[in-house]
Design a protein around this ligand. Structure first.
Ligand code: SAH
Length: 231
């Protein structure tokens, strides 16, 4: 089976050292299920200073990433047949589990990370999709990119120890997962529900379905559903 390729354009490649130490990702890298290729934006910078940013036209605070280095970096990446380019931006569509599932059948995701005040507007034309990881602003696209790499990798066949653990999970069917317990049976006076220790698989299944529904109804109003119906 061929590997899934993540090609990331970033000013801070060092940030991605972290993903080597994240359980499932470490295993996926070891088993060659994924490749993570980093493109240091600085290397595509302009002039002897390798300039990558500049002041915004019309004034305003902060610096913007210039278009040329990002276009050069993007151009230099070998493109696979099933490939998409994602731009990390707080103005994008908020990331959902469905997006990760949709992308997991591709060969490649090219991820462009911003820094400073973001990008020159013309960078947007490189992107197939603009993605936000939530309605808040971070200082760079590296943590959003790592969220995508992490969330997508655990969906790839061969990554998780037990593939069945993907099925019941929160957000898969737009239902949240039922409450789970492990040993001990009683902890600090809090007892594991009897049904779970009953050995009655039919009842356990029903209980879980019911709890999953209750939990979803109880909490969904607080989840971000704004973009649920887009695309
Ligand atoms: N001035 C910009 C924000 C810049 S934040 C604006 O108002 O849109 C700097 C960079 O961090 C962004 O270019 C983006 O790549 C990344 N970033 C910040 N918050 C993000 C989020 N919620 N989701 C995805 N990327 C984000």
């Amino acid at each position: 089976m061929s590997s899934f390729n993540f090609d990331v354009i970033t000013l801070i490649p060092k940030a991605f050292e972290l993903i080597n130490n994240l359980g499932v990702i470490t295993r996926a890298l070891d088993k060659n299920l994924i490749n993570v290729n980093l493109y240091d934006l600085r290397e595509y910078g302009e002039g002897s200073y390798r300039q990558v940013d500049d002041k915004p036209y019309g004034g305003g605070s902060g610096m913007l990433l210039k278009p040329e280095p990002i276009f050069k970096a993007h151009y230099s990446i070998k493109k696979f047949t099933k490939s998409r380019t994602l731009l990390m931006t707080p103005q994008g569509k908020v990331l959902k589990q469905n997006d990760l599932m949709r992308w997991s059948s591709l060969d490649q995701l090219i991820i462009i990370c911003g820094q400073y005040e973001g990008f020159d507007e013309r960078v947007r034309c490189l992107a197939d999709e603009e993605i936000s990881i939530g309605d808040y602003v971070l200082s760079g696209g590296e943590i959003p990119a790592m969220s995508i790499i992490n969330g997508l990798t655990r969906l790839l066949p061969g990554t998780l120890g037990d593939p069945a653990s993907l099925f019941d999970e929160s957000h898969n069917s737009s239902l949240l997962e039922y409450p789970q317990y492990t040993r001990p049976k009683i902890f600090n006076g809090m007892k594991v529900p009897d049904v779970l220790t009953s050995g009655n698989h039919e009842e356990i299944k029903l209980w879980r379905e019911q709890k999953s529904l209750e939990r979803t109804l109880d909490r969904k109003n607080n989840l971000n559903l704004k973009h649920e119906n887009k695309k």
